[in-house]
Every structure is written in structure tokens, then in C-alpha cells.
Write a protein that binds this ligand. Structure first.
Ligand code: PMV
Length: 354
């Protein structure tokens, strides 16, 4: 049963894909062409905080993102917001919601803000509606707002198996190893641009599947790497994990670039980061760092704690020249969690953000 006029607040965090999802087999249900794998980042470094109140006094949904009231009539936002209706239908509720969500990192710049935002929204709405669905179900709902969001429903190393059912009932994320399995692992989030990405991932991947003559080989190639990645992670074999993640990021960006018309998310600084990581690995004689890029120019450079100083030294000339704006280092994080009343973002008296 929906719980009215009580504020529910949760936090969640982005995930960074090591094996990428870039292409759907069903646009409407958001079913991927291949399975993917990600690491959930720590909410103490990157987080979305979302508060929800359901009220009989509301005539329509209201959504504030990073302090700005959103127009809910746009196609893109409606698709993402569909998760709220899916949950309301499950709860047999028609109560409208005031939702206030803040990201403490740049929105829509290839830092998985939609994954973090949608996973957190689904998680907190589920509680506000009194549904308390299992995480697997929540991941299926989150997937329908934005594919990669289903992976942010869990902490640690998370796999989204593509599934085969046309309904999408077997296309959900699951935790493979929790956030404590490999405590040595860290992710350096290397920010070179705060701009919003030019081509949203949804439109970009559709264009790739439709027009790219090379796309045919992608699903099988990703699937093979998917299995290898789980095995390498199980053995905590960093050299292999880094090799696989770089290969998969490069394959995805090669596909983006050979889409017609081409989609280019990487910029000069992104290539300079790849060069620095390649040189470092070359001089060490094995991979001690691995880069990966989503739909944007910013990078995630994953390494082990003992190599952090070497990695930062390799990137420091770019930091000094301001080609890199900043670097944030994250541990591997847990899935979304509920927060206490003191974390609420909603002023209940005025029914708006504080
Ligand atoms: O779920 P979306 O529409 O945000 O697409 C995510 C696509 C990539 O971030 C580029 C890859 C991935 O698997 O996260």
C-alpha cells in the first residue's frame, strides 16, 4: 500500500561497465544484444540522493533534478520516468509523487548519471509504495528506464545477462562478487569534460545497430569476453581484467566511430589518457592499470591500491596542464540504501526542495 505524505530518501551510485552494453534487440522493453558487466562505485565518492513523497494533494508528478524542475512532457524523460508508472501499477496506486533528486557529479556527461538516478528512483519508489520487491524485480524495472540502471541495483561486480525471453523476464542484473571480494581494486574517475554528451546513448546505440556494417560480430565477441571477465575477476587476475576491459571499451568506441554518421565521444584528452596508461603498462611489462570510456570523453582508470601512486604520476602532466580537470578515486561500492529523515531533500510544508 502506498504510504502517503511521508518522505522516503535513498542513495545510490553509478556503475562503470567493464564489458559494455551498446545495442538493443528490443527497443521498447530495453533488451540488450549482449550481456554486460560492471563495477558499482562507492556512494561516498559519487552518489545520487533521491527523496520521494506520495501525496493525495498532488494533481500530477513533480520532479526536480539537481535543483531544477523538469518538464515531464519530453519523450526522453517520459521513457525514463516510465519506471514510476510501472511501480505504481504493481502497487495498484494512482497517487502522484514529488521527487527530488541530486547528483553530486556532472549529469549526462558519460558518468552514468542516468544509471545511478534511475536505480535510486526505483529503489526509493518501491519503498514509498510499500511494495518491497526483491532486488531482481527492481532490476527488471530499472532496466526499463535505462538499460545500465539495472546494474546499479547491486554492489560489487554485477552482471546483466542478456536473457532470451521476448518478455524480458530473464534479462536482469545480479551480483557476481560483492564489494568486499577484491578490496585492493580502485577506480580513478578522470574528468576531462563537464559538458552534456552530444548524442544520448539511447539514440547512439540504435544508430549503431541500424547502420554499422561491423555490428554483426559484436554480440558474440562481447559474450566471449563477458565469461572471461568473470573468470579473471574470480582469480583476481588484474593483468587480464585490465586487458579485457580496455579491449571492450576500444571495441565499443570503434563501433561508435564506424556508425553512419559516426558518433565520436572521445576527445584529444581521452586519447592522451589511453597513451599514458598504455605507456605505463608497457614500462611495467604487464597491465597495472586499465582504462574504460562510456558515452563520453571522461575516463575510468581502474587499478590496484598499490599502483595508485604510479597511475596518478602517469596522469599528473595532464592534470598540471589542466587537460584533466580533476580525478576522484573510488572504492567499489554497495547497492542503493535507504537514508534517515535527516537526509531528506524535501520541505514537506512547502512541498518543494529545501
Ligand atoms: O543504459 P544507457 O542507455 O545509459 O547506456 C549505457 C551505455 C554505456 O554506458 C556506454 C555502456 C554500459 O554498458 O554502461
Amino acid at each position: 500500500m502506498a504510504i502517503l505524505d511521508k518522505i522516503f530518501t535513498a542513495e545510490g551510485s553509478p556503475n562503470i561497465a567493464l564489458i559494455k552494453y551498446w545495442g538493443k534487440r528490443d527497443e521498447k522493453r530495453i533488451l540488450p544484444q549482449n550481456s554486460s558487466i560492471s563495477l558499482t562505485l562507492s556512494s561516498s565518492v559519487l552518489k545520487t540522493t533521491t527523496s520521494v513523497v506520495l501525496s493525495k494533494n498532488l494533481k500530477h508528478d513533480i520532479f526536480y533534478l539537481d535543483g531544477v524542475k523538469q518538464d515531464l512532457s519530453g519523450k526522453d524523460i517520459q521513457e525514463r520516468f516510465s519506471v514510476v508508472d510501472i511501480l505504481r501499477r504493481k502497487a495498484d496506486s494512482n497517487e502522484k509523487a514529488l521527487i527530488v533528486s541530486n547528483n553530486d557529479f556532472p549529469t549526462a556527461s558519460g558518468m552514468a548519471s542516468s544509471a545511478s538516478g534511475i536505480a535510486t528512483l526505483v529503489y526509493v519508489m518501491d519503498k514509498a509504495l510499500g511494495l518491497n520487491l526483491p532486488e531482481k524485480e527492481l532490476s527488471i524495472v530499472a532496466r526499463q528506464g535505462s538499460g545500465s540502471a539495472c546494474r546499479s541495483m547491486f554492489g560489487g561486480l554485477v552482471a546483466w545477462r542478456k536473457g532470451t525471453s521476448p518478455s524480458g523476464g530473464d534479462s536482469y542484473a545480479e551480483q557476481i562478487f560483492d564489494e568486499n571480494y577484491w578490496p585492493e581494486l580502485i577506480d580513478n574517475i578522470v574528468v576531462v569534460s563537464q559538458e552534456r554528451k552530444k548524442v544520448p546513448s539511447r539514440a547512439g546505440m540504435l544508430q549503431t545497430v541500424k547502420t554499422n556494417p561491423l555490428y554483426g560480430s559484436r554480440p558474440a565477441s562481447a559474450e566471449k569476453r563477458f565469461q572471461k571477465m568473470i573468470n579473471a575477476y574470480r582469480r583476481r587476475d588484474f593483468d587480464e581484467v585490465a586487458g579485457l576491459m580496455m579491449a571492450d571499451s576500444n571495441e565499443m568506441h570503434a563501433l561508435m566511430m564506424s556508425t553512419i554518421p559516426p558518433i565520436r565521444y572521445l576527445n584529444k584528452s581521452s586519447y592522451a589518457i589511453m597513451d599514458a596508461v598504455d605507456e605505463l603498462n608497457h614500462s611495467e611489462g604487464r597491465n597495472i592499470a586499465g582504462y574504460t570510456f562510456d558515452a563520453g570523453a571522461n575516463s575510468n582508470v581502474i587499478t590496484l591500491k598499490k599502483y595508485k601512486a604510479k597511475v596518478l604520476r602517469a596522469l599528473s602532466p595532464m592534470l598540471e596542464s589542466k587537460e584533466i580537470l580533476y580525478i576522484k578515486t573510488s572504492m567499489i561500492g554497495h547497492g542503493p540504501k535507504m537514508l534517515g529523515e535527516s537526509s531528506s531533500l524535501i520541505d514537506l510544508k512547502r512541498m518543494r526542495p529545501f
